[in-house]
Design a protein around this ligand. Sequence first.
Ligand code: NAD
Ligand code: LMR
Length: 327
Amino acid sequence: MKAPIRVAVTGAAGQIGYSLLFRIASGAMFGPDQPVILQLIEAPIEKALKALEGVAMELDDCAFPLLKGIVQTSDASTGFKDANWCLLIGAKPRGPGMERADLLKDNGKIFIEQGRIIDAVAADDARVAVVGNPANTNCMIAASQAKRLPAERFTAMVRLDQNRAQTQLAKKAGVDLTAVKDIFIYGNHSPTMFPAYGHATINGQPAAKVINDDTWLQGPFCETVGKRGAAIIAARGLSSAASAANALVDHVRSLVTPGAIHSVAVKSHGLYGFDANVWAGMPVKTTTPGSYEVITGYAMDAFAQAKIAATNKELVEERAFVADMIK
Ligand code: NAD
Ligand code: LMR
């Protein structure tokens, strides 16, 4: 039996937390032979902490063989102590009529504090995955506080967008989901994101050739993927939760699986025209568990370049908006 790893989860009693924790404890995230200790962090609010007690009781009642311990706390230093993975979900969700960037001033503060504490107390091999919105810029904020942990260890989730794009392409082409490969998300987890259909394949053929409808690909396809979160809020009255938790399972599972190729928002070093030091979605290949390299060399046509320029501009603006905060 492997030694347990410590997985810290913020917002553990929230919507996403409730869909996520049971899958981590069942082995879906780190594999069927990897025991885990869950370190559950909630805001210091009586109602949230009471709800967390209930979640921990339910985790106990599942009798998961891989679950070797549960920590419940509102103290981030306790929650992140020796954590190997820090899953940062706890943040306000947006409501109808809001953009994710509207959350920046409120949620940004959380990530300053948590970035600093993770850097101080988490395990030497700690990895951080940010889900709380706006995820890319919150990830940049958390990474800005790290002196010990390299910035590349901080990633933000665009996997939900990749999964959404894969399904939309499969539906349009009338093929099984598994026939669609290599659809990657560039840029911000916001309506400006670019699902780069030009490199996707369907049954090994270029997706654009199979679908043969550039007007749909450039218009309704990009728009549906980019605005799917808002469509879910309009339908459910609440933001996506089960699909977000599922995407985080995929995000981390792919990051611990050498050879996996997937979309992750990572620190830009200028590739694909992104400004250095924004966190932008890009295709990566996992090298060793928890580490990755950005896949380079995908050619971008004029449409793709314009989309990337627009999403980069938004990321740069979000960074400017929080410049005072990360000084
Ligand atoms: P929720 O309101 O149901 O749960 C959030 C939880 O976080 C609450 O229980 C709250 O008490 C807790 N919390 C708040 N501040 C905290 C802090 N400082 N430390 C620890 N816990 C804290 O919200 P949700 O639906 O679970 O969504 C959480 C976040 O994830 C939102 O910002 C949402 O917009 C975002 N989200 C991102 C994606 C994505 O693809 N990146 C997808 C869905 C949702
Ligand atoms: C999503 O994409 O579903 C989430 O980011 C939630 C939201 O606010 O759209």
